[in-house]
Each structure stands twice: as C-alpha cells, then as structure tokens.
Write a protein that binds this ligand. Structure first.
Ligand code: S3P
Length: 168
C-alpha cells in the first residue's frame, strides 16, 4: 500500500499539532492542521463557529476540509479530535493515533488552550466523551503510539513507524 498523507488523530489537547509540526519538519513533509485551515477560511475561531453556526455545521466543514487537503500528497495532517468520530478519513491516509490518557492530557494542557475548546468546558463531560471515543480512535488507526511518555520519545516512535511505510 502506498499512502498519500500521514493523518494524526486523537483526543483534544493530546498534542496532534505540536507532534505534527515536529514530525513534518523531521521527515521533510508539509504540515497542515484542519482546525487552523477552517479558522482561516471562515475567519472565525472554532469557539465562534460552534456558537454561531453549531456543531453540526462545524462537522460538515471539517469533513470538507480534510477531503480538500487530501487532494494533495506528502503532508502531515493534524485533525480535530472529533473528525474520526463523526467523519471519514480519506483513503490512502496513514493514520496514527496519539494515545494519551485523559488525566495526562488535562495536566499538560495550559488554561488558554483549554479555553479554545468548547467541548472541554465541562471536565466531567469531556472525560465521558474521551471514554466514548477511545475505541474508535484505536480502531481507525494503523498505529497507536503511547503518548503518556515524553514527546520527543514518542515522536521518534512515530517517525520509525512512518519511515518503514511508503508515504509519498
Ligand atoms: C473537537 C476537537 C477540537 C476542535 C473542536 C472539536 C472534538 O480540535 O476540532 O473543538 O470534538 O474533539 P483539537 O482536537 O485540535 O482540540
């Protein structure tokens, strides 16, 4: 199988963007972040889009966005945490799950990053969402990396996995 893009999935705040940027630099690929592309195209933050247009509208935008991004090859694509749950990841994607525990994510995430995510407002609800989603993340991924360890270590593991596969 030849893969066109590397797609990072995982719960909100698990580090998909941070990991994606570093990984892309190391393996000489472009980095794109679905949420950032949407915010730029809509000229609005994710919170504003949720508030003004609603979650369903946002889900539609994120599906269209990744479909559009997948027209190109050779990228590391960071997805929003809901994309693999509500949407479909395009074919020919090498999918990596950033597998961090809920408590680890919460401990690592600064307050201002938490504030950007409407679905993290209520910690008990977010914890329940995490429990609901975890199996889907694991099922959809070609590789789940233990992201409870130091970032530079698990980026290395992802890199080894990816470099063993054919990605254009
Ligand atoms: C969401 C995750 C967010 C963003 C939106 C909804 C989710 O992205 O797309 O707030 O449903 O998990 P991150 O995973 O980058 O936080």
């Amino acid at each position: 199988m030849v893969y066109h893009n590397i797609v990072l999935i995982g719960f909100m705040g698990s580090g998909k963007s941070t990991v994606g940027k570093t990984l892309a630099r190391q393996i000489l690929k472009d980095f794109v972040d679905v949420d950032t592309v949407i915010e730029t195209e809509q000229n609005a933050s994710i919170t504003e889009i949720f508030e003004s247009k609603g979650e369903t509208y946002f889900r539609d935008l994120e599906q269209k966005c990744i479909n559009q991004l997948a027209q190109k090859k050779g990228q590391v694509i960071a997805t929003g945490g809901g994309l693999p749950i509500y949407g479909t990841i395009p074919e020919h994607s090498l999918i990596v799950y950033i597998d961090a525990d809920f408590d680890v994510i919460m401990k690592r995430l600064p307050k201002h990053e938490r504030a950007k995510r409407p679905l993290l407002d209520d910690e008990a609800k977010a914890r329940a969402l995490f429990a609901q989603r975890i199996d889907t993340y694991k099922d959809k991924a070609h590789f789940s990396v233990d992201a409870n360890q130091q970032v530079h270590i698990f980026i290395h593991l992802i890199r080894d996995f990816v470099l063993d596969r054919r990605v254009l």
